[in-house]
Ligand binder design. Sequence first.
Ligand code: SAH
Length: 342
Amino acid sequence: MNEFVEKLYHTGDLTDNELKLLIESGTADNLAEYADEVRQKHYGKKVFLRGLIEISSYCKNDCYYCGIRRSNKSAERYRLDYHDVMNCAEIGYSLGLHTFVMQGGEDMALDDDYICGIIYALKEKYPDCAVTLSLGERSYESYKRLKEAGADRYLLRHESADCDLYYRLHPHGMSLENRKQCLYNLRELGYQVGAGFMVGVPYQTTENIISDIRFMQELQPQMIGIGPFIPHKDTPFRDEKGGTLELTLRLLGILRLMFPQVLLPATTALGSISPIGRTLGLKTGCNVIMPNISPEDVRKKYMLYNNKLISGGETAEGLEILRREIESAGYEIAKERGDCIK
Ligand code: SAH
């Protein structure tokens, strides 16, 4: 497989066939070393931290994989108010974070006025920080208003670029076409955009993963979020197998070589399936970690999947543990807000 890794490193691309062989092969090659070299060439040893604020666990959607899907009657629902969010940000800022990510279910109560009010306040109080949103699919007009209020980035995983798989993961009523359109709208409006998908989600084939990669080559997102699928006990996928550490790392390495300048998080899901998942991610091309700065009492309620890593960065102590994790992997926490360099 080393020849494919070399080719990918030198040319940034492979044929579908070559990609398939590389994805499906074991780890007995130098993919991680090459991915790390490329990451260091562009971003040095820097790791950018993003303070994740889980703003609401209400959701109108019913994605088959997700623990906060509408039909999950056992999910406890909450919504943070303006003061809660500002408190999270204050703690995050005092710990040195320079990006706040507001993520939530598609909660109808999170209307434009409400979110814009928070964005204004965050930008006014922390002009040196970036505001990232991850609030699902909204109208062009809504994205426009949020951008005008000062939002910088938007994370919206496309989940699957293959129509058949998309509909096996989502009930009818949600559409891949709309999801893709949202990503194009966000890009047109000047957001730094993040796409991505889950690794090892039920029914996913290598061909599906190649479609995801091809879609992202077309979109050219500034951020790519991938993490292993982890079953949640109150969803239709409760008995399905989860995605593996090996395949996730393999894909992270491939993505780093294909998208040399992308911001690539070692995700919470990766850290949830293995205590060294995030460290291995950093060593395989990742350069972002998103510590959780949501209030302690809501963490358990934002359960997208079982055994979600609860620890985070909301306390000086939590951040210190994270710092040690990053430094012992040979990297360092960046001080700046960490925009994509392209
Ligand atoms: N409503 C927002 C945020 C969704 S939660 C949106 O639509 O973008 C963020 C991500 O968590 C999702 O995009 C999905 O890829 C991931 N996720 C959801 N359930 C998961 C599970 N069971 N295992 C792993 N990741 C999951």
